[in-house]
Design a protein around this ligand. Structure first.
Ligand code: ATP
Ligand code: MG
Length: 289
């Protein structure tokens, strides 16, 4: 996964990496970034569902609407079965549940898990939404797990009053699924934390590294993006000052970071075509600062 503060280059670096690794492996690039910039990068309107971009590269943009529609298709009947065994409700209850915080986040990960288990891909590259939502996404996993554990207990207590169906097996199935998602995050996921060489993104990157590590996600390292190259214009006072400020935050990160730091330089043009993206991936997977 590529994670970090808004606008630091997560989508650009995810796309560059997806193109790079698809030369050797079967890759799925999943974006759960609400700004959905993959369309501009690949020149394709992804719409819903997986699109093949190259022989070994599939791309899917998971918007909240898509995720909720898929959630309903996959779990709607089951959820209704469980709830209607407790309360006399109509299927419209699903509209209400759909709006509950965390449902979309939980299902995004179920989508990734299904893709992983399909065996179709060697590597799944996940372009995440900015920091705050990724942290709540992780929190939601444990909330779901403990919620479903409680639901089982509650259900056992009132079991004798409910005759129509046995939702206990469904609750157990969801609980197992949540455990599998947590397991996937802990054992099959690693994170690159992206930052620009400025105070706020760097502080956030360090905070993220700690939070991800505490959760049990492997942190591969930091990527400092949009770094001004030394000597690009030694006579330009503004650029030189800017470079000095950047240097301060680069050093700060290097001092604080417990993981490798890689550097991607600032381009003069928007790195949205394959030539730039492949230049990025070369620096990314060769150079360590
Ligand atoms: N090394 C670079 N040099 C120049 N421009 C860059 C570089 N990396 C990214 N950009 C540009 O910076 C902008 C933000 O990049 P990108 O959309 O990849 O960030 P993001 O972290 O995905 O943003 P968001 O948090 O909004 O999803 C884009 O216009 C992108 O083309
Ligand atoms: Mg993005």
């Amino acid at each position: 996964m590529f994670t970090g503060k808004g606008g630091v280059g997560k989508t650009t670096l995810s796309s560059a990496s997806a193109l790079f690794f698809s030369q050797k492996y079967k890759v799925l690039l999943v974006s759960t970034d609400p700004s959905g910039s993959l369309k501009e990068i690949f020149g394709i309107d992804f719409g819903e569902g997986v699109k093949r971009v190259k022989e070994s590269l599939d791309v899917v943009e998971l918007t909240r609407d898509t995720v909720l529609r898929l959630w309903r298709e996959k779990f709607g009947d089951e959820v209704y079965t469980v709830i209607s065994s407790f309360f006399p409700v109509k299927e419209e209850i699903l509209d209400y549940i759909e709006g509950a915080p965390g449902i979309d986040m939980e299902f995004m990960l179920d989508y990734v898990l299904t893709a992983l288990k399909s065996g179709k891909y060697d590597l799944i590259i996940w372009d995440t939404a900015p920091t705050a939502s990724i942290l709540s996404l992780l929190q939601v996993q444990y909330m779901f797990y403990s919620h479903l554990t409680q639901a089982q207990r509650v259900y056992l207590k009132i079991k004798s009053f409910i005759k129509q169906v046995d939702p206990l097996s469904l609750i157990e199935k969801w609980r197992k699924l949540t455990a599998e998602i947590i397991d996937m995050l802990k054992n099959d996921t690693s994170a690159w934390i992206v930052s620009t060489p400025e105070k706020l993104p760097v502080e956030q990157a360090l905070f993220l590294a700690k939070a991800l590590q505490e959760f049990g996600i492997e942190v591969k390292g930091f990527i400092l993006n949009k770094v001004l190259e030394e000597g690009i214009c030694s006579e330009c006072e503004f650029l030189e000052k800017k470079r000095k400020t950047q240097k301060k935050w680069i050093n700060y990160l290097l001092n604080q970071a417990k993981f490798p730091v890689k550097v991607v330089y600032e381009f003069t043009e928007d790195p949205t075509n394959e030539t730039f993206l492949s230049q990025i991936s070369q620096t990314l997977y060769e150079r360590v600062y």
